[in-house]
Design a protein around this ligand. Structure first.
Ligand SMILES: O=C(O)[C@H](O)[C@@H](O)[C@H](O)[C@H](O)COP(=O)(O)O
Length: 234
């Protein structure tokens, strides 16, 4: 498999295409070894990038489980819901059923309960001895956050379970569930997709200077997919 840890492409169109092929390659290799392949999704610009290429690809859909690296604790009908955005832009174009998508229950009483329930659902995807996720797709915010792991926030040290929660996110909405840093680090393939000039300084600090003060810098063995602007300071 051709796996480079730094991939720089000209524009979003190219990024979407390359990322799609990379996913196809990883997934096809994984399905030779295991029955179910788990794919963690992040929000932000990644949604449109995946929506432009994934529907054209030949995945063994029934054997895939899509889940959310983090999710905002809001109703699915809200414009803020990451699941809602994936449903509108991507899932409805794919031959998926309910069982292919693992999502939070936004109707639960509190974000704590929601995180617990989500963790139970995720644990059910581990049908074999292997207790790690296969692919985790990450974005990066302009402050270096990834998933809902924010810089200088205690959530970064919450490593007890698969999932934890945030009640005071510096980026609204304030209540979110998120995979823990440990869970992300244990995944087999961690892919960060980052675009735009505004991210270029942190990209340089993390990739070249190995700066770990940003949450994204604490993810090990990242495979980077950058557009030219995000890579402009490398
Ligand atoms: O829940 C959120 O607030 C978003 O999902 C957020 O974490 C996003 O993934 C990053 O900020 C990168 O977003 P962009 O790629 O759109 O910059």
């Amino acid at each position: 498999m051709s796996l480079l840890n730094l991939n720089i492409v000209d524009d979003n169109e190219m990024l979407s295409e390359k990322l799609g092929y990379q996913l196809e390659e990883i997934i096809l290799e994984l399905v030779n070894k295991k029955q179910i392949v788990t794919i963690g999704l992040s929000g932000g610009s990644l949604i449109d990038l995946l929506a432009s290429s994934v529907p054209r690809l030949q995945f063994p859909w029934a054997r895939l489980r899509f889940f959310f690296v983090d999710e905002r604790f809001v109703p699915f009908t809200s414009d803020e819901s990451t699941y809602g955005a994936y449903q509108t832009k991507l899932f409805r174009k794919l031959p998926l059923t309910e069982k292919n998508i693992i999502k939070i229950d936004p109707d639960l009483k509190s974000v704590e309960e929601c995180a617990k329930d989500y963790q139970n659902k995720l644990e059910e995807t581990f049908t074999e001895d292997d207790k790690s996720f296969d692919i985790i797709l990450l974005g990066m915010g302009p402050d270096g956050h990834t998933a809902s792991l924010f810089p200088n926030h205690s959530v970064l040290n919450e490593n007890k379970g698969l999932v934890t929660y945030v009640k005071d996110s510096p980026k609204p909405p304030s209540e979110r569930v998120t995979l823990t840093l440990n869970t992300i680090n244990q995944a087999k393939y961690k892919i960060a997709v980052v675009t735009g000039e505004s991210k270029s300084t942190i990209v340089k600090e993390v990739i070249q200077e190995k700066n770990t003060k940003y949450p994204i810098g604490q993810v090990k063995d990242l495979i980077w997919y950058l557009d030219k602007s995000a890579a402009s300071k490398l």
